[in-house]
Design a protein around this ligand. Structure first.
Ligand code: NAD
Length: 382
Protein backbone atom coordinates (compact mmCIF):
# COMPACT_ATOMS: atom_id res chain seq x y z
CA UNK A 1 0.00 0.00 0.00
CA UNK A 2 1.32 3.42 -0.91
CA UNK A 3 1.84 5.91 1.85
CA UNK A 4 1.41 9.67 2.00
CA UNK A 5 2.64 11.92 4.79
CA UNK A 6 0.38 14.94 5.22
CA UNK A 7 1.89 17.70 7.33
CA UNK A 8 -0.87 19.82 8.82
CA UNK A 9 -3.07 16.83 8.12
CA UNK A 10 -5.47 17.51 10.99
CA UNK A 11 -6.41 20.88 9.52
CA UNK A 12 -9.15 21.72 7.07
CA UNK A 13 -7.41 20.79 3.83
CA UNK A 14 -5.41 18.05 5.48
CA UNK A 15 -8.42 16.06 6.57
CA UNK A 16 -10.11 16.47 3.22
CA UNK A 17 -6.96 15.33 1.45
CA UNK A 18 -6.46 12.41 3.83
CA UNK A 19 -9.96 11.07 3.24
CA UNK A 20 -9.51 11.41 -0.49
CA UNK A 21 -6.18 9.62 -0.55
CA UNK A 22 -7.38 6.86 1.78
CA UNK A 23 -10.40 6.26 -0.41
CA UNK A 24 -7.99 5.90 -3.34
CA UNK A 25 -6.17 3.15 -1.49
CA UNK A 26 -3.41 5.06 0.26
CA UNK A 27 -2.33 5.01 3.88
CA UNK A 28 -2.26 8.51 5.34
CA UNK A 29 0.17 9.57 8.05
CA UNK A 30 -0.89 12.81 9.67
CA UNK A 31 1.86 14.98 11.12
CA UNK A 32 0.43 17.93 13.01
CA UNK A 33 1.11 19.89 16.17
CA UNK A 34 -2.66 20.40 16.63
CA UNK A 35 -2.18 24.12 17.17
CA UNK A 36 -5.26 25.10 15.19
CA UNK A 37 -8.58 25.05 17.01
CA UNK A 38 -10.77 22.20 15.75
CA UNK A 39 -7.90 19.96 14.73
CA UNK A 40 -8.41 17.46 17.54
CA UNK A 41 -11.97 17.05 16.46
CA UNK A 42 -10.94 16.66 12.82
CA UNK A 43 -8.38 14.07 13.79
CA UNK A 44 -10.81 12.12 15.90
CA UNK A 45 -13.28 12.10 13.03
CA UNK A 46 -10.65 10.89 10.56
CA UNK A 47 -9.37 8.12 12.81
CA UNK A 48 -12.90 6.99 13.54
CA UNK A 49 -13.69 6.84 9.84
CA UNK A 50 -10.48 5.12 8.78
CA UNK A 51 -8.76 3.56 11.79
CA UNK A 52 -6.65 1.10 9.80
CA UNK A 53 -5.50 3.61 7.19
CA UNK A 54 -4.53 6.51 9.41
CA UNK A 55 -1.44 7.09 11.50
CA UNK A 56 -1.04 10.20 13.64
CA UNK A 57 2.24 11.80 14.68
CA UNK A 58 2.08 14.77 16.96
CA UNK A 59 5.03 16.81 15.80
CA UNK A 60 6.02 20.31 14.86
CA UNK A 61 7.64 21.13 11.52
CA UNK A 62 9.96 23.51 13.39
CA UNK A 63 11.54 20.50 15.06
CA UNK A 64 13.88 19.62 12.19
CA UNK A 65 15.71 16.63 13.74
CA UNK A 66 12.44 14.83 14.36
CA UNK A 67 11.31 14.88 10.75
CA UNK A 68 13.77 12.44 9.16
CA UNK A 69 12.17 9.26 10.46
CA UNK A 70 8.69 10.41 9.47
CA UNK A 71 9.46 11.21 5.84
CA UNK A 72 11.64 8.23 5.08
CA UNK A 73 9.09 5.52 4.31
CA UNK A 74 6.62 7.63 2.38
CA UNK A 75 5.77 7.59 -1.33
CA UNK A 76 4.51 11.16 -1.23
CA UNK A 77 4.65 14.19 1.01
CA UNK A 78 1.80 16.68 1.04
CA UNK A 79 3.11 19.69 2.93
CA UNK A 80 0.19 21.70 4.29
CA UNK A 81 1.31 22.60 7.82
CA UNK A 82 1.39 26.36 8.18
CA UNK A 83 0.55 29.44 10.12
CA UNK A 84 -2.36 30.41 7.88
CA UNK A 85 -3.63 33.84 8.93
CA UNK A 86 -2.36 37.11 7.45
CA UNK A 87 -3.53 38.89 10.61
CA UNK A 88 -1.46 36.66 12.89
CA UNK A 89 1.54 37.09 10.64
CA UNK A 90 1.31 40.83 11.19
CA UNK A 91 1.26 40.52 14.96
CA UNK A 92 3.87 37.77 15.16
CA UNK A 93 6.06 37.71 12.03
CA UNK A 94 8.77 35.65 13.76
CA UNK A 95 6.53 32.67 14.42
CA UNK A 96 4.98 33.00 11.00
CA UNK A 97 8.43 32.83 9.41
CA UNK A 98 9.59 29.96 11.62
CA UNK A 99 6.63 27.78 10.69
CA UNK A 100 6.06 28.71 7.06
CA UNK A 101 9.53 29.43 5.72
CA UNK A 102 11.91 27.60 8.06
CA UNK A 103 9.40 24.81 8.68
CA UNK A 104 9.07 24.17 4.96
CA UNK A 105 12.83 24.15 4.54
CA UNK A 106 13.01 21.65 7.41
CA UNK A 107 10.57 19.33 5.65
CA UNK A 108 12.34 19.76 2.30
CA UNK A 109 15.71 18.99 3.83
CA UNK A 110 14.38 15.95 5.63
CA UNK A 111 13.03 14.64 2.33
CA UNK A 112 16.20 15.52 0.40
CA UNK A 113 18.38 13.64 2.86
CA UNK A 114 16.15 10.67 3.53
CA UNK A 115 13.69 10.16 0.68
CA UNK A 116 14.57 12.30 -2.34
CA UNK A 117 12.50 10.28 -4.79
CA UNK A 118 9.20 11.00 -3.01
CA UNK A 119 6.63 13.24 -4.67
CA UNK A 120 6.44 16.50 -2.74
CA UNK A 121 3.38 18.74 -3.10
CA UNK A 122 3.35 22.16 -1.46
CA UNK A 123 0.22 24.20 -0.71
CA UNK A 124 1.24 27.73 -1.62
CA UNK A 125 -1.09 30.69 -2.00
CA UNK A 126 -2.14 33.34 -4.47
CA UNK A 127 -1.01 35.84 -1.80
CA UNK A 128 2.45 35.54 -3.38
CA UNK A 129 1.11 37.84 -6.12
CA UNK A 130 0.40 40.68 -3.70
CA UNK A 131 -2.71 42.79 -3.72
CA UNK A 132 -4.02 41.87 -7.16
CA UNK A 133 -6.02 45.04 -7.53
CA UNK A 134 -5.44 45.42 -11.23
CA UNK A 135 -8.31 44.62 -13.51
CA UNK A 136 -6.46 42.74 -16.20
CA UNK A 137 -8.13 39.41 -15.63
CA UNK A 138 -7.17 36.35 -13.66
CA UNK A 139 -3.49 36.21 -12.93
CA UNK A 140 -1.26 33.60 -14.46
CA UNK A 141 1.78 31.88 -13.02
CA UNK A 142 3.90 34.34 -14.98
CA UNK A 143 2.48 37.24 -12.93
CA UNK A 144 5.44 38.85 -11.11
CA UNK A 145 5.75 37.85 -7.48
CA UNK A 146 4.94 40.67 -5.10
CA UNK A 147 4.88 39.31 -1.58
CA UNK A 148 2.68 41.42 0.65
CA UNK A 149 2.30 40.80 4.39
CA UNK A 150 4.59 38.56 6.43
CA UNK A 151 2.34 35.62 5.53
CA UNK A 152 2.81 36.38 1.82
CA UNK A 153 6.58 36.63 2.40
CA UNK A 154 6.91 33.42 4.40
CA UNK A 155 4.71 31.36 2.09
CA UNK A 156 6.38 32.90 -0.94
CA UNK A 157 9.79 32.01 0.44
CA UNK A 158 8.67 28.45 0.95
CA UNK A 159 7.11 28.39 -2.52
CA UNK A 160 10.43 29.38 -4.10
CA UNK A 161 12.44 26.86 -2.08
CA UNK A 162 10.08 24.06 -3.04
CA UNK A 163 10.35 24.93 -6.69
CA UNK A 164 14.10 25.34 -6.55
CA UNK A 165 14.63 21.93 -4.94
CA UNK A 166 13.30 20.42 -8.18
CA UNK A 167 15.97 22.33 -10.09
CA UNK A 168 18.99 22.14 -7.79
CA UNK A 169 18.43 18.76 -6.19
CA UNK A 170 16.26 17.09 -8.86
CA UNK A 171 13.57 16.41 -6.34
CA UNK A 172 10.00 15.69 -7.36
CA UNK A 173 8.47 18.87 -6.02
CA UNK A 174 5.45 20.77 -7.28
CA UNK A 175 3.88 24.03 -6.04
CA UNK A 176 0.15 24.73 -6.06
CA UNK A 177 -0.72 28.40 -5.53
CA UNK A 178 -4.16 28.06 -4.07
CA UNK A 179 -6.93 30.59 -4.08
CA UNK A 180 -9.81 30.48 -1.61
CA UNK A 181 -10.90 26.98 -0.64
CA UNK A 182 -14.14 26.08 1.11
CA UNK A 183 -15.63 22.88 2.46
CA UNK A 184 -16.25 20.65 5.43
CA UNK A 185 -13.94 20.44 8.43
CA UNK A 186 -13.01 24.09 8.35
CA UNK A 187 -13.16 26.03 11.59
CA UNK A 188 -13.15 29.50 10.17
CA UNK A 189 -12.58 32.67 12.12
CA UNK A 190 -12.47 36.32 11.27
CA UNK A 191 -8.74 35.84 10.68
CA UNK A 192 -8.91 32.93 8.29
CA UNK A 193 -11.54 30.68 6.70
CA UNK A 194 -14.08 33.34 5.87
CA UNK A 195 -16.79 31.18 4.22
CA UNK A 196 -17.06 28.97 7.30
CA UNK A 197 -16.91 32.04 9.52
CA UNK A 198 -19.74 33.71 7.59
CA UNK A 199 -21.96 30.62 7.69
CA UNK A 200 -21.36 30.12 11.37
CA UNK A 201 -22.03 33.74 12.27
CA UNK A 202 -25.13 34.19 10.13
CA UNK A 203 -26.64 30.96 11.43
CA UNK A 204 -26.25 32.24 14.96
CA UNK A 205 -27.37 35.75 14.20
CA UNK A 206 -23.96 37.17 15.04
CA UNK A 207 -23.02 40.41 13.30
CA UNK A 208 -20.16 40.26 10.82
CA UNK A 209 -17.48 42.83 10.20
CA UNK A 210 -16.59 43.23 6.55
CA UNK A 211 -13.15 44.66 6.05
CA UNK A 212 -13.12 46.80 2.92
CA UNK A 213 -16.17 47.32 0.72
CA UNK A 214 -17.21 43.67 0.55
CA UNK A 215 -16.77 43.72 -3.21
CA UNK A 216 -13.43 41.98 -3.15
CA UNK A 217 -13.68 39.02 -5.48
CA UNK A 218 -12.64 35.48 -4.65
CA UNK A 219 -12.82 32.39 -6.78
CA UNK A 220 -13.85 29.59 -4.54
CA UNK A 221 -12.80 26.01 -4.95
CA UNK A 222 -14.28 22.97 -3.21
CA UNK A 223 -11.77 21.20 -0.97
CA UNK A 224 -12.75 17.88 -2.54
CA UNK A 225 -11.72 19.15 -5.95
CA UNK A 226 -8.44 20.38 -4.53
CA UNK A 227 -7.89 16.99 -2.90
CA UNK A 228 -8.35 15.38 -6.27
CA UNK A 229 -5.82 17.75 -7.74
CA UNK A 230 -3.33 16.86 -4.99
CA UNK A 231 -3.70 13.24 -5.97
CA UNK A 232 -3.24 14.01 -9.66
CA UNK A 233 -0.18 16.13 -8.93
CA UNK A 234 1.30 13.15 -7.09
CA UNK A 235 0.26 10.50 -9.59
CA UNK A 236 1.55 12.57 -12.51
CA UNK A 237 4.66 13.80 -10.79
CA UNK A 238 6.72 13.05 -13.88
CA UNK A 239 4.70 15.79 -15.60
CA UNK A 240 4.11 18.14 -12.69
CA UNK A 241 7.56 18.09 -11.06
CA UNK A 242 9.26 21.46 -11.01
CA UNK A 243 6.04 23.20 -11.98
CA UNK A 244 3.96 25.87 -10.31
CA UNK A 245 0.20 25.90 -10.84
CA UNK A 246 -2.36 28.49 -9.87
CA UNK A 247 -5.37 26.71 -8.46
CA UNK A 248 -8.75 28.30 -7.96
CA UNK A 249 -12.43 28.02 -8.74
CA UNK A 250 -12.11 29.97 -11.97
CA UNK A 251 -14.60 32.35 -13.51
CA UNK A 252 -17.79 30.34 -12.74
CA UNK A 253 -16.95 30.37 -9.05
CA UNK A 254 -16.02 34.02 -8.71
CA UNK A 255 -18.08 35.84 -6.10
CA UNK A 256 -17.61 38.89 -4.00
CA UNK A 257 -18.08 38.68 -0.24
CA UNK A 258 -21.46 40.38 -0.29
CA UNK A 259 -22.81 37.90 -2.79
CA UNK A 260 -21.76 34.98 -0.63
CA UNK A 261 -23.28 36.62 2.45
CA UNK A 262 -26.54 37.07 0.58
CA UNK A 263 -26.60 33.46 -0.52
CA UNK A 264 -26.01 32.21 2.99
CA UNK A 265 -28.73 34.50 4.32
CA UNK A 266 -31.21 33.08 1.85
CA UNK A 267 -30.38 29.51 2.64
CA UNK A 268 -30.68 29.87 6.38
CA UNK A 269 -33.60 32.23 6.13
CA UNK A 270 -31.89 34.93 8.12
CA UNK A 271 -30.99 38.47 7.32
CA UNK A 272 -27.26 38.78 7.75
CA UNK A 273 -26.11 41.56 10.01
CA UNK A 274 -22.90 43.26 9.06
CA UNK A 275 -20.94 46.46 9.31
CA UNK A 276 -17.97 47.70 7.33
CA UNK A 277 -14.50 48.47 8.56
CA UNK A 278 -11.20 49.55 6.99
CA UNK A 279 -9.38 47.33 4.53
CA UNK A 280 -6.96 44.96 6.17
CA UNK A 281 -3.31 44.90 5.26
CA UNK A 282 -2.58 42.54 2.41
CA UNK A 283 -6.22 41.96 1.47
CA UNK A 284 -6.63 41.29 -2.24
CA UNK A 285 -9.23 43.19 -4.24
CA UNK A 286 -9.32 40.61 -6.99
CA UNK A 287 -8.04 37.29 -5.68
CA UNK A 288 -8.71 35.64 -9.01
CA UNK A 289 -6.74 32.90 -10.61
CA UNK A 290 -7.79 30.69 -13.48
CA UNK A 291 -9.74 27.50 -12.87
CA UNK A 292 -8.83 24.24 -11.30
CA UNK A 293 -6.78 22.97 -14.19
CA UNK A 294 -4.81 25.96 -15.32
CA UNK A 295 -2.61 25.48 -18.30
CA UNK A 296 -4.63 22.38 -18.97
CA UNK A 297 -3.09 22.11 -22.39
CA UNK A 298 0.28 21.64 -20.77
CA UNK A 299 -0.81 18.91 -18.41
CA UNK A 300 -3.45 17.13 -20.46
CA UNK A 301 -3.29 13.88 -18.57
CA UNK A 302 -3.73 15.61 -15.24
CA UNK A 303 -6.55 17.76 -16.52
CA UNK A 304 -8.51 14.80 -17.82
CA UNK A 305 -8.33 13.02 -14.52
CA UNK A 306 -9.48 15.91 -12.40
CA UNK A 307 -12.69 16.29 -14.38
CA UNK A 308 -15.08 19.15 -13.95
CA UNK A 309 -15.05 20.98 -10.68
CA UNK A 310 -17.96 21.68 -8.41
CA UNK A 311 -19.63 24.98 -9.05
CA UNK A 312 -21.43 27.52 -6.97
CA UNK A 313 -25.15 28.17 -7.35
CA UNK A 314 -25.83 30.68 -10.10
CA UNK A 315 -25.02 34.24 -9.28
CA UNK A 316 -28.06 36.31 -8.30
CA UNK A 317 -28.63 40.02 -8.39
CA UNK A 318 -28.18 41.60 -4.99
CA UNK A 319 -30.97 43.49 -3.37
CA UNK A 320 -29.98 47.06 -2.81
CA UNK A 321 -30.24 46.74 0.96
CA UNK A 322 -28.71 43.33 1.29
CA UNK A 323 -30.55 40.10 1.10
CA UNK A 324 -33.39 38.61 2.98
CA UNK A 325 -35.41 35.52 2.40
CA UNK A 326 -38.38 37.64 1.43
CA UNK A 327 -36.55 38.86 -1.63
CA UNK A 328 -35.96 35.57 -3.37
CA UNK A 329 -37.69 32.76 -1.63
CA UNK A 330 -37.93 30.41 -4.60
CA UNK A 331 -34.41 29.28 -5.20
CA UNK A 332 -33.36 29.74 -1.61
CA UNK A 333 -36.34 27.74 -0.39
CA UNK A 334 -35.48 24.86 -2.67
CA UNK A 335 -31.86 24.85 -1.65
CA UNK A 336 -32.73 25.10 1.99
CA UNK A 337 -35.10 22.16 1.68
CA UNK A 338 -32.30 20.30 0.02
CA UNK A 339 -30.00 21.20 2.89
CA UNK A 340 -32.39 19.81 5.45
CA UNK A 341 -33.11 16.67 3.42
CA UNK A 342 -29.46 15.99 3.04
CA UNK A 343 -28.88 16.60 6.73
CA UNK A 344 -31.12 13.67 7.56
CA UNK A 345 -29.10 11.35 5.31
CA UNK A 346 -25.74 12.19 6.66
CA UNK A 347 -23.85 9.79 8.85
CA UNK A 348 -23.90 10.71 12.51
CA UNK A 349 -21.03 12.90 13.60
CA UNK A 350 -18.40 11.53 15.92
CA UNK A 351 -20.08 13.28 18.76
CA UNK A 352 -23.06 15.61 18.89
CA UNK A 353 -21.73 18.98 17.95
CA UNK A 354 -23.41 21.99 16.56
CA UNK A 355 -20.46 22.76 14.34
CA UNK A 356 -21.22 19.67 12.29
CA UNK A 357 -24.36 21.39 11.10
CA UNK A 358 -22.33 24.37 10.08
CA UNK A 359 -19.92 22.23 8.11
CA UNK A 360 -22.76 20.55 6.36
CA UNK A 361 -24.55 23.72 5.58
CA UNK A 362 -21.39 25.28 4.32
CA UNK A 363 -21.16 22.62 1.68
CA UNK A 364 -24.74 23.05 0.68
CA UNK A 365 -24.49 26.79 0.47
CA UNK A 366 -21.65 26.59 -1.94
CA UNK A 367 -22.16 23.30 -3.72
CA UNK A 368 -25.84 22.42 -3.70
CA UNK A 369 -27.67 19.81 -5.76
CA UNK A 370 -25.88 18.35 -8.72
CA UNK A 371 -22.43 17.75 -7.29
CA UNK A 372 -20.08 18.18 -10.17
CA UNK A 373 -21.45 20.51 -12.73
CA UNK A 374 -23.67 18.73 -15.21
CA UNK A 375 -23.54 15.41 -13.43
CA UNK A 376 -25.93 13.92 -10.91
CA UNK A 377 -24.70 14.06 -7.33
CA UNK A 378 -23.29 10.79 -6.09
CA UNK A 379 -25.30 9.25 -3.32
CA UNK A 380 -23.85 10.22 0.02
CA UNK A 381 -21.45 12.70 -1.50
CA UNK A 382 -20.75 15.29 1.20
N1 NAD B 1 -7.75 27.23 3.08
C1 NAD B 1 -7.41 28.04 2.08
O1 NAD B 1 -8.28 28.69 1.49
C2 NAD B 1 -5.95 28.14 1.64
C3 NAD B 1 -5.65 29.00 0.57
C4 NAD B 1 -4.33 29.09 0.14
C5 NAD B 1 -3.34 28.35 0.77
N2 NAD B 1 -3.66 27.55 1.83
C6 NAD B 1 -2.59 26.75 2.44
O2 NAD B 1 -3.05 25.42 2.58
C7 NAD B 1 -2.47 24.84 3.75
C8 NAD B 1 -3.56 24.25 4.63
O3 NAD B 1 -4.44 25.28 5.01
P1 NAD B 1 -5.79 24.99 5.83
O4 NAD B 1 -6.81 25.91 5.32
O5 NAD B 1 -6.05 23.53 5.88
O6 NAD B 1 -5.37 25.53 7.28
P2 NAD B 1 -5.52 24.83 8.71
O7 NAD B 1 -5.10 25.85 9.72
O8 NAD B 1 -6.85 24.22 8.86
O9 NAD B 1 -4.43 23.68 8.64
C9 NAD B 1 -3.06 23.90 8.96
C10 NAD B 1 -2.63 22.79 9.88
O10 NAD B 1 -1.25 22.96 10.18
C11 NAD B 1 -1.07 22.67 11.56
N3 NAD B 1 0.13 23.36 12.00
C12 NAD B 1 0.31 24.67 12.20
N4 NAD B 1 1.55 24.93 12.61
C13 NAD B 1 2.19 23.74 12.63
C14 NAD B 1 3.51 23.35 12.96
N5 NAD B 1 4.43 24.25 13.36
N6 NAD B 1 3.84 22.04 12.89
C15 NAD B 1 2.92 21.12 12.51
N7 NAD B 1 1.65 21.44 12.20
C16 NAD B 1 1.30 22.73 12.26
C17 NAD B 1 -2.34 23.15 12.24
O11 NAD B 1 -2.55 22.55 13.51
C18 NAD B 1 -3.39 22.77 11.21
O12 NAD B 1 -3.86 21.47 11.43
C19 NAD B 1 -1.66 25.93 4.42
O13 NAD B 1 -0.32 25.76 4.03
C20 NAD B 1 -2.22 27.21 3.83
O14 NAD B 1 -1.24 28.23 3.80
C21 NAD B 1 -4.95 27.43 2.28
Amino acid sequence: MRRVLITGGAGFLGVNAAVHMIERGWHATILDNLSRAGTERNLKWLITQHPARTTFIKEDVRNAPALAEHVSDQDAILHLAAQVAVTTSLTDPDTDFDINARGTLNVLEAVRKNNPEAAFVFASTNKVYGKLDHKSGPCKETQPLDFHSPYGCSKGTADQYVRDYARCFHMNTVVLRQSCIYGAHQYGTEDQGWVAHFVHSILRGKPLTIYGDGKQVRDLLDARDLSELYEVAIEKIAITRGEIYNVGGGEPNQRNLLEVIDQIGELVNKKPQYTFSDWREGDQRLGRVPGLTPRAGEVPAAARQVGEQRRLPPRQRRHRHGCGPHHRTGDAGTLRGHVLDRAADRPAPVEPCEVQDVEHLQHEVIAPAGGRHGQPAKSGEA
